[in-house]
Design a protein around this ligand. Structure first.
Ligand SMILES: [Zn+2]
Length: 227
């Protein structure tokens, strides 16, 4: 919707390619980005490192869901929690326009982190079989959540630059596949009470090979797109 969030997303994504141990996540200097990102860089970096250091396995994302919920409320979203066990759905309404769904996943993997990073995870937990396991955001869901929250924050602070409705859905248990069931019809159900205009989910589907999901929500009747 603007270069602002795209900048945040791209810069945070860069850290995935950083070789070896780094003192902190590698991102471009704030001066290279727009003023909004520059003023929020440290905050989002702190959020990212917190999420990376505190990973939770599938269907155990209690603290993660609570943080996502709090961040969405801070962005001005109407929030529903407990969607499909631990899912979080936030709605940001901003006048006429399309309804757009933005999704993230929240769970981490049963992997022992060996990166040596100062913010590396030392978390251990019981997996679904009852075995003790190391826990790590080895699939990038920490980045996904940071970008997701960055999107919500940017939208919430720039309502003069867009029009429509955004449904923000945070899905639990993406790695366990079972979380797919919680990110489809339940998102629509959770979002509906927060929407003041008539609307409906017209298409909700899972995309093979079933490692992720997409959902499409459309206003109904169609709202005029703002210029
Ligand atoms: Zn994943």
């Amino acid at each position: 919707m603007s270069g602002g969030f795209a900048t945040v997303l791209l810069l945070l994504a860069c850290r995935q390619d950083a070789p070896g141990a780094q003192p902190e996540p590698t991102v471009a200097p704030a001066s290279a980005a727009d003023p909004w990102y520059a003023s929020h860089r440290d905050e989002f970096l702190g959020l990212y490192t917190h999420l990376h250091t505190h990973p939770e396995l599938s269907y155990q994302e209690v603290e993660t869901a609570a943080r996502v919920s709090a961040e969405l409320k801070r962005a001005g979203a109407k929030v529903t929690t407990g969607v499909g066990k631990l899912g979080v759905v936030g709605v940001i309404e901003n006048g006429p326009g399309p309804v757009v769904l933005v999704r993230t996943d929240m769970d981490a993997l049963p992997v022992v982190e060996q990166t040596g990073l100062p913010y590396a995870s030392k978390v251990k937990a019981r997996d679904s079989q009852g075995r003790e396991a190391g826990v790590m955001h080895a699939c990038g869901h920490d980045v996904h959540m940071t970008c997701f929250i960055g999107t919500a924050r940017w939208l919430g602070e720039h309502k003069d630059r867009w029009s429509g409705t955004v449904v923000m859905a945070a899905q639990p248990a993406e790695e366990a596949i079972g979380g797919l069931a919680t990110c489809s019809p339940m998102v629509c159900t959770a979002a509906s009470p927060s929407l003041t205009s008539p609307w409906r989910c017209t298409a909700t589907r899972m995309s093979p090979p079933a490692l992720s999901c997409t959902a499409e929500a459309r206003s109904w009747p169609a709202r005029p797109r703002s210029p």
